[in-house]
Design a protein around this ligand. Structure first.
Ligand code: HPA
Length: 276
């Protein structure tokens, strides 16, 4: 589906009905009627799908209503059904629409709403991000324990009031800690992007309690909570945030750091997924 005729662009459409339809299409195309876990793979996390279990189906996301082609080189475009060793099914989403693409927040959270409509009760959101704590070397995975949403947007429409206390489930973070007690936690700050932050913006994020800077995840987490899902959030620190590191940021280096860390963090995520 090209972005232009995406039905989510129509303000009179119902995004939940479109997610329902997308879930029905996934069931038909994959042969898997129900998924237990939704998992969005950000930069650096792509190999996790292969390690988590048996791949039972792979669909081009564009074939499914509401999804569109990936905008960024290095971000995949597949919806993969994986059977975990415990018999559960994960819907692995390699097709993320970012807020900075300017297609509207409905399209940003469509994959999460679709995962919920396939039956998933747990949403795992991963990303590549900048680190504010200077002892986090590129390649460090960090559990997200809260977020600060600086997009000035929300996936909730109208007077929809939803509690976000414990948005990033303590229960799920405890499971992750059981697998790797050395995992650090931090507060994720979502900027709009697509430019990286200025050093002053990074200092602001730090001053208000942030530890990680990125361009995704928060809006998706809110949509997951609205759908009644438990959220597990993971950032791969691909670089120290602007000004924390003395050297300038480059997208190529961010992608390379993701590639270098991929085997280790993917194995970690696969071990955690087996316990969800
Ligand atoms: N800032 C925002 N997004 C990012 C960064 C960063 O430093 N690194 C990877 N994604």
């Amino acid at each position: 589906m090209t972005g232009k005729n995406n039905p989510l662009n129509d303000p009179n459409s119902n995004p939940f009905e479109i997610a329902r339809e997308a879930a029905d299409q996934i069931a038909k195309l994959s042969g898997i009627p129900h998924h237990d876990i939704g998992l969005t793979l950000g930069s650096g996390w792509a190999k996790a799908a292969e390690l988590m279990g048996e791949k039972v189906s792979e669909i081009d996301a564009e074939q499914v209503i509401g999804f569109s082609k990936p905008a960024v080189v290095g971000h995949g475009g597949k919806l993969t059904s994986v059977r975990l060793p415990n018999g559960k099914h994960a819907l692995v989403i390699g097709a993320r629409t970012h807020f900075y693409e300017d297609h509207g927040v409905r399209r940003v959270v469509h994959s999460v709403r679709t995962a919920a409509a396939t039956g998933a009760k747990i949403m795992v959101l991963t990303n590549g991000a900048g680190g504010i704590k200077d002892h986090w070397k590129p390649g460090t995975p960090v559990l997200i324990n809260d977020h600060i949403n600086l997009t000035a947007s929300s996936p909730l429409e109208g007077a929809t009031f939803i509690d976000l206390t414990d948005l990033y489930s303590k229960r799920l973070r405890d499971i992750a800690h059981e697998v790797d007690p050395s995992l650090d936690e931090g507060v994720y700050v979502q900027f709009r992007g697509p430019h990286y932050e200025t050093p002053a913006e990074v200092q602001m994020a730090k001053a208000v309690g942030g530890h990680i800077v990125g361009m995704s995840t928060s809006l998706e987490a809110i949509a997951a909570r609205q759908a009644g899902m438990e959220v597990l959030g993971f950032s791969l620190i691909t670089n120290l945030a602007a000004g924390i590191s003395p050297s300038p940021l480059s997208h190529e280096e961010v992608l390379q750091a993701g590639k270098d860390a991929e085997p280790v963090i993917s194995r970690l995520l696969a071990r955690i997924a087996a316990k969800l």
